[in-house]
Unconditional design. Structure first.
Ligand SMILES: [Zn+2]
Length: 553
């Protein structure tokens, strides 16, 4: 059987005078590699040709080389693995991006020394005197030192910048420059409930404790990124995602994300600088007024509005405040939710819904089923996010409704706690992706980053294999551990489904968008514990290079 597949029939059909398609040379070819196409048979090829932003052919190096002309860029993969660009189906990317250039990120730092090094580096690269803010997203257990930073360490790392580091929602530390900038000299200068800690000699340590409200109010006193910084952050965050092989996200809105907060991503999109495809949903923000909000916001925003880079993808992940994280919604709560859901269905809108546990998800599925009786939702790609302990029964109900499931690596951070609360047996099957797949539920992978998780897809892909929490305990059993191929499929084609894109991207097949990543290591054969360290060396979106490192720089 001939391995080379071409766009031949389509192009010849359209342009009878032009002759065979391969007479037109490719823009780029990648040869001598291991291309994981993620097609139906998970076929591996040696080479790929790209023309006009699309996959023109996949096949052997010898055959693909025939498509090269004088102007074709030839990339020698030297045996490296290529995957379709990864798609996170539940990443709060728009919100994370806003502060990416003005915050210091401690995600993935394995020592406190490394974390402090990032503050030192930020002090060097940011404008002199800039605030250096670590706004959560880290944990003492991730550090070899198993402790928090001291004020002296912050000062040593950044003597001339105000520095603020927050841990969870109960603790923060400021260096002296930071305390001065916020005019904090005594407890009276703190939001109510906040307290300044003193050492044995009565000197301030820079540490502040207090309840969640005090720490949130304290954080609110820090300067917000300007619009220029938000735009800069958006470009830098998306480039950071490109560095990890991500070429698409499905964005589920998020808490405190107002309409005005979308302006930065719109600006980057409008000027053609977007390097990650974004399908975004809208959350209800004003408790009790969500229906009016949705009606108002979508008057000029029909489902699917946008283009291949940025597109409106419906409602969620919070529809109403009353039904958010509420396992016992009242009849009124459910009625109001049902009204919105039915309205969305009538407009052909997709809807994604955050739900925690299986014990109460029947309330949501009841609503979906009642809406479905009046307006079929089967083709609207509704979905449930999280639901880590999904039962077989719930998954069957989802399958019957055509409701998909976005799965995140929440158990990487939360698995120890889950195991303590629900027992080791229950922990063996979270999340039950193999059961979901057997039943035929559409499954997408992702992270839920960046406040509660790392956005690194390879952390999640490793976790899919080893089932280990951040403390190193393997909690998941082999019965719910997907193969490497299936995990990759969840992260590409699987996620693409949630924005109606599985025919356009998510696999490297002829005619599809040329979104791909050349990996630093072979995802399929590297020891499991090395998957988390994989990066992209070359990322392409639409056949254009958006990130290049090492040999491709
Ligand atoms: Zn959520």
């Amino acid at each position: 059987m001939k391995m080379l597949r071409l766009l031949l029939p389509m192009i010849v059909g359209l342009c009878p005078g032009l002759g065979p398609a391969w007479a037109q040379s490719a823009d780029t070819i990648l040869v001598n590699g291991k291309i994981l196409t993620v097609d139906a048979g998970f076929t591996t090829r040696e080479a790929i040709a790209i023309r006009d932003g699309r996959v023109a052919a996949v096949g052997s190096t010898v055959d693909i080389r025939k498509l090269a002309g004088a102007a074709t860029r030839v990339i020698d993969l030297q045996g490296r693995t290529v995957i379709p660009g990864l798609i996170d189906s539940h990443l709060h990317a728009i919100r994370a991006a806003l502060s990416f250039s003005t915050e210091v990120n401690w995600i993935g730092a394995s020592t406190l020394t490394e974390a402090l090094g990032r503050i030192r580096e930020a002090a060097r690269t940011m404008k002199p005197g800039s605030w250096l803010i670590v706004a959560g997203g880290w944990n003492v257990d991730q550090f070899k030192e198993k402790r928090r930073p001291t004020q002296a360490e912050l000062t040593a790392a950044a003597p001339n910048n105000p520095v603020y580091v927050q841990l969870g929602y109960g603790w923060a530390i400021l260096n002296p420059v930071g305390l001065q900038a916020l005019k904090i000299a005594s407890d009276a200068d703190l939001p109510s409930g906040g307290r300044l800690e003193k050492d044995a000699d009565g000197k301030l340590t820079g540490r502040i404790t207090g309840g969640q409200a005090a720490i949130i109010a304290l954080f609110d006193r820090l300067p917000k990124p300007t619009f220029e910084q938000q735009v800069d952050g958006t470009q830098k965050f998306f480039r950071e995602l490109n560095r990890l092989g991500i070429t698409g996200v499905v964005d589920p809105g998020g808490n405190n994300l107002a309409a005005s907060d979308y302006q930065a991503v719109f600006d980057v999109w409008r000027s053609g600088r977007l390097t990650v495809r974004v399908a975004y949903a809208l959350c209800g923000n004003e408790p009790g007024r969500e229906f009016e909000e949705f009606k108002n916001l979508t008057q000029l925003l029909p489902m699917g509005f946008g283009d291949a880079m940025l597109r409106f993808n419906g409602l969620g992940e919070r529809i109403t405040a009353a039904m958010n994280n509420n396992a016992r919604p009242s009849a009124t709560d459910k009625e109001k939710y049902t009204q919105i859901a039915k309205w969305a269905a009538e407009r052909g809108m997709s809807l994604t819904m955050h739900w925690g546990g299986d014990a109460s998800v029947g309330q949501l599925l009841d609503i979906f089923e009642s809406v479905n009786k009046e307006v079929p939702i089967k083709n609207l790609r509704w979905s449930i996010a999280h639901l880590n302990d999904a039962s077989e029964q719930s998954l069957r109900r989802m399958k019957a409704l055509g409701v998909g499931w976005t799965v995140q690596d929440a158990m990487y951070f939360g698995g120890d706690q889950f195991r303590q609360q629900s027992g080791p047996e229950a922990a063996r099957r979270v999340p039950p992706v193999n059961t979901g797949q057997r039943i035929g539920v559409a499954i997408g992978a992702g992270t839920d980053a960046h406040r509660v998780a790392s956005y690194n897809p390879f952390t999640a892909l490793q976790w899919f294999q080893d089932g280990k929490t951040v403390s190193g305990v393997a909690i998941r059993g082999p019965e719910e551990t997907p193969s490497r191929a299936d995990a990759l499929r969840f992260y590409t084609l699987g996620s693409a489904w949630f924005s109606f894109d599985e025919d356009k991207r998510g696999s490297l097949e002829v005619g599809k968008l040329a979104d791909l990543a050349v990996l630093s290591k072979d995802y399929m054969t590297v020891p499991v514990e090395q998957i988390g360290g994989i990066e992209s060396l070359l990322t392409m979106v639409d056949g254009k290079v958006v990130y290049a490192a090492g040999p491709y720089q």
